[in-house]
Design a protein around this ligand. Structure first.
Ligand SMILES: Cc1cc2nc3c(=O)[nH]c(=O)nc-3n(C[C@H](O)[C@H](O)[C@H](O)COP(=O)(O)OP(=O)(O)OC[C@H]3O[C@@H](n4cnc5c(N)ncnc54)[C@H](O)[C@@H]3O)c2cc1C
Length: 481
């Protein structure tokens, strides 16, 4: 297993292809080092007595000890451990742990490659297993590149006036394929070793060129990572806090005629398995959300409860109701993930697949409530998160004492701790990273309507109508059956 220093050393040797702040930067740039703190934590905590029990596991292909973020779930216990680990790590970094995407897309590939081979006699699964062993042995970090530019949303991939609106194969050669397109929202691609690319959506039979899945190093020729960073406000020495380690760089990733060698191609034209893979990644990712959203919920409810305490309003009835709301959202989402794990099923590949209904209702509940959670923190915090003087002024010999005096609320709590608590709320509610998490809370893992579509496709509503018919005494056959 790698250390965070080995991970960073490997990144620093990669080709410069990150476009940020008007420059082309390498992966040793201070912003990349800062944003990758969450990923670094997944290496550093593997040997921690508290977190190591989740982060370390045994590979089912090599029998070696590996990081759980490189693991393919083999059992209910694996799914439960991933969920618990995700929640704990999100609480530790203060938000998204960012490494789950690679694990989720690899789990999706483990299933779809096998299913494609069963139907077509292809050898995608063996090829992918070889890649998996490499991925695990090198303890790699994968970014999942699924969401295409999509152009006109009312048109299918093959109907778009510009075929590049969905990533597709533009050339097939004896030694591989050439692809073109863009994946518009790649969390942590600038500090991932690999980009793992899969289709966005269900595909029709005439959309073979769009049914493509592959993995390539993130600095491959023709790949442009057009980046946008999000951090919280920089603090002055002496006022730093662990939350300030948290940051993120998203990538608008362009694949401009990128060559993919045969041994890195995991689907190439099998449209039904392209569709299945799109659905499977979303499923594994929504199950991960049932761990990370409660983790973000822990941060929200902890900050809300702390401010209510410091404000002296913790026991008021409206505060208690709001805190009960936060607890309910986090724990219901978490419970859905547990249910999705316990009610999971084995795929022909041996991978344990979360229950699709519970993973989707969990993610749906989280997405519907994310603004509500921010609303509650905002409501309890008052206006100070938006107007709190920053740490330069806090340290000022002229005005610093005024800030200390007028941010203090409750006896028994130091002035500095009042300031620190409000700074955290300010970072969450008004900071770049807090706002990015808010949008991610709605759209990450698919827009809210995607969960509705999944529920309508897989939920047995007819059995509920049958109950109603039975109770109503209706016996005639239903015309639409
Ligand atoms: C912070 C962040 C990080 C992300 N990280 C990743 C990542 O690492 N990898 C990755 O692959 N993706 C990632 N995503 C992408 C995420 O999955 C998408 O944003 C999400 O699936 C929505 O797609 P979209 O942004 O193209 O929005 P759209 O699909 O355009 O959705 C906008 C609205 O239009 C509606 N709509 C869209 N199409 C139709 C239609 N045909 N008919 C009717 N209504 C429609 C939607 O329901 C929605 O209400 C990330 C997103 C965010 C915000």
């Amino acid at each position: 297993m790698r250390t965070s220093q080995e991970y960073l050393k490997k990144l620093s040797a990669m080709r410069k292809n990150i476009y940020l702040d008007g420059e082309v930067i390498g992966r040793d740039h201070p912003k990349v080092l800062h944003a990758s703190q969450a990923i670094q934590m997944t290496f550093d905590l593997a040997n921690d007595p508290e977190y190591g029990k989740w982060l370390k596991t045994i590979s089912h292909v090599t029998g070696k000890e590996i990081n759980r973020f490189c693991h393919i779930h083999q059992s209910v216990e694996d799914l439960l451990a991933k969920q618990e680990m995700t929640r704990a790590l999100c609480g530790r970094i203060g938000g998204c742990i960012q490494r789950c995407m690679g694990a989720d897309v690899m789990n999706g590939l483990s299933v779809a490659t096998k299913n494609a081979d069963i139907k077509y006699g292809t050898n995608y699964h063996q090829r992918w297993l070889k890649y998996l062993a490499y991925f695990q042995d090198h303890d790699l970090v994968g970014a999942a590149a699924q969401t295409d530019a999509k152009g006109d949303r009312s048109l299918r991939p093959a109907e778009q006036p510009d075929p590049d609106m969905y990533l597709h194969v533009v050339d097939r050669r004896a030694d591989g394929i050439v692809v073109r397109g863009a994946k518009l929202h790649n969390t942590m691609a600038p500090y991932a070793d690999e980009l793992i690319v899969i289709p966005t959506r269900a595909l029709a039979k005439d959309e073979k060129d769009y049914a493509v899945a592959f993995a390539i190093p993130a600095d491959t020729e023709g790949v442009y990572l057009i980046a946008r960073d999000a951090f919280s406000v920089k603090r002055e020495p002496g006022m730093e806090a662990p939350y300030n380690d948290f940051g993120d760089i998203e990538s608008f990733t362009v694949f401009d005629n990128v060559f993919v060698p045969n041994d890195r191609i995991f689907l190439n034209g099998e449209t039904e398995f392209g569709s299945e893979l799109a659905m499977l990644f979303a499923l594994f990712h929504r199950h991960s959300y049932c761990g990370c959203k409660p983790g973000v919920g822990d941060v929200m409810m902890g900050t809300t409860a702390l401010l209510a305490d410091y404000n002296g309003v913790e026991k008021s009835s409206h505060t208690r109701e709001k805190l009960a709301d936060l607890i309910s959202v986090a724990e219901l989402v978490y419970a859905s993930g547990i249910a999705a794990s316990v009610k999971s099923a084995k795929a022909p590949s041996g991978t344990q697949i979360p229950n699709i209904i519970y993973a989707n209702v969990g993610r749906r509940h989280a997405g519907h409530n994310i603004y509500h959670e921010y609303d509650i923190l905002c409501s309890i915090a008052g206006g100070l998160p938006a107007t709190l003087p920053l740490s330069k002024e806090y340290n000022s010999p002229v005005v610093g004492d005024f800030i200390r005096k007028y941010t203090k609320r409750r006896q028994g709590v130091s002035e500095e701790n009042h300031y620190r608590a409000y700074h955290l709320a300010s970072d969450i509610l008004t900071g770049e990273i807090g706002s990015a998490l808010l949008v991610a809370g709605v759209h990450g893992g698919g827009s809210p309507v995607m969960e509705d579509i999944a529920l309508h496709r897989f939920y047995n509503l007819k059995s509920k109508k049958d109950i109603a018919k039975y109770l109503a005494g209706i016996t005639e056959p239903e015309l639409n059956d």
